[in-house]
Design a protein around this ligand. Structure first.
Ligand code: C2E
Ligand code: CA
Ligand code: CA
Ligand code: CA
Length: 280
């Protein structure tokens, strides 16, 4: 009887995975035909801890099939396994670049607003990634320097030499790079200096534990100091409280992102937030 219960659960999981995969396939096919728009790019502000101003946003994809909301944590891995992340990721990049260009034209900023876009592992290893991004920059007339690509620490560590080559190729387009979720992969401290990246994003788990003990605080402090020594700036992820923001600012962390400042917003709400910003 126990076996049967187990297999029923497994069967349900397999069926729902297949259903989700089919639904994802259909939704992505609709992207290119311009039919119903189920994917929406949300934008979460990245704030200068010195000035309190918005310096940029991170693009975060949302999927809302009729009557549902599916978290990226649930469909991005599936999109990755099935290769569907390639067309979806390209659409996210194009949509993000279009939005950034619109904002740059709409608001005259003293230092141009930047946008960070997450690259999946499959995208990152696409042989023609540089050409595809170059084409998107051409189409949207965006200055490559204002686009930042986020690759996770674990992606970067999979094959260090290949990672470096790929980053350098994309840097020829003037693009900038962040190492995302830093601290969650296996220790890459000894490799960090080899990656030609601009920014390090300290994972939310470190920020949330920072106030628990002096050891946890020391870890964040060390990561910030090391990044600066290596010529990178630092974004702290998942800042939820004013106390965290204050500690990070004192530690010399340049930027913060998190619910304390703002949740990810749709295009309209993000535009309204930008419009509210005092003098640029
Ligand atoms: P991530 O790249 O580390 O993105 C940050 C996640 O933390 C986002 O979750 C964001 O909504 C959430 N977050 C931001 N501030 C806070 C906070 O103060 N507290 C808490 N608890 N959470 C916060 P989201 O949007 O659900 O995305 C989850 C993950 O899915 C992302 O993690 C990223 O790995 C992936 N993802 C999202 N959008 C994309 C995309 O367009 N392309 C790719 N390849 N992956 C994406
Ligand atoms: Ca990210
Ligand atoms: Ca992250
Ligand atoms: Ca994450």
């Amino acid at each position: 009887a126990r076996y049967e219960v187990f297999s029923t659960v497994m069967r349900t999981q397999i069926v729902s995975r297949l259903e989700l995969e089919n639904e994802l396939r259909r939704a992505i096919a609709n992207l290119t035909t311009g039919k119903s728009q189920e994917f929406i790019v949300f934008y979460q502000p990245i704030i200068s801890l010195q000035t309190g101003k918005i310096v940029g946003f991170e693009s975060l994809i949302r999927w809302q099939p009729p009557g549902k909301f599916i978290s990226p944590a649930d469909f991005i891995p599936l999109a990755e396994e099935t290769g569907l992340i390639i067309p979806l990721g390209e659409w996210i990049l194009k949509e993000s670049c279009r939005q950034l260009k619109t904002w740059q034209e709409q608001f005259s900023l003293t230092s141009p607003l930047s946008l960070s876009v997450n690259l999946s592992s499959q995208q990152f290893s696409q042989p023609d990634l540089t050409e595809r991004i170059e084409q998107i920059l051409d189409e949207t007339k965006l200055d490559g320097h204002t686009l930042k690509l986020e690759i996770t620490e674990s992606m970067a560590m999979q094959n260090v030499e290949t990672t470096i080559t790929t980053i350098l190729r994309l840097k020829a387009l003037n693009l900038r790079f962040s190492i995302d979720d830093f601290g969650t992969g296996y220790s890459s401290l000894s490799y960090l200096h080899r990656f030609p990246v601009d920014t390090l994003k300290v994972d939310r788990s470190f920020v949330s534990r920072m106030e628990d003990s002096s050891e946890n605080l020391a870890i964040v402090q060390t990561v910030i100091m090391l990044s600066h020594k290596l010529g990178m700036d630092v974004v702290a992820e998942g800042v939820e409280k004013v106390s965290q923001m204050e500690i990070l600012r004192e530690l010399g962390c340049e930027y913060g992102q998190g619910y304390y400042f703002s949740k990810p917003l749709n295009s309209e709400a993000a535009t309204a937030l930008l419009a509210e910003q005092p003098q640029w």
